[in-house]
Design a protein around this ligand. Structure first.
Ligand SMILES: [Zn+2]
Length: 104
């Protein structure tokens, strides 16, 4: 099974509606400079989830995790979503399966 197909199947089974932000609703963007000292990156609303994405915050790092979900680069190549996001989606999926198997 190709990575892309497996990625899309797991996305569907996890009920994730956005393959760009994985439903975190947030993305980061490179500012390419930090002359004002506010940060090298900005955090914005996902432009795939929001017709008019807006600025949320500055950040010194692009290594951002919100509620266990990493925040992805707004400028990631859509053709590479399945490659860049697959390890995360597989982790989410494994967790989902382990919860499903538990008896409550
Ligand atoms: Zn999104």
């Amino acid at each position: 099974m190709s990575t892309n197909r497996e990625f899309l199947e797991k996305i569907r089974e996890l009920n994730i509606s956005c393959i760009k932000c994985l439903d975190s609703q947030m993305l980061w963007k490179n500012r390419n400079n930090n002359d004002d000292g506010l940060g090298w990156f900005i955090v914005v609303m996902c432009d795939r989830c929001n017709p008019e994405p807006y600025f949320l915050d500055y950040s010194m790092t692009s290594n951002l995790i919100i509620n266990g979900t990493p925040i992805f680069n707004m400028d990631d190549n859509p053709d590479e979503y399945s490659i860049v996001r697959f390890p995360i989606v597989r982790k989410m999926y494994d967790f989902y399966i382990s919860m499903k198997r538990r008896d409550f």
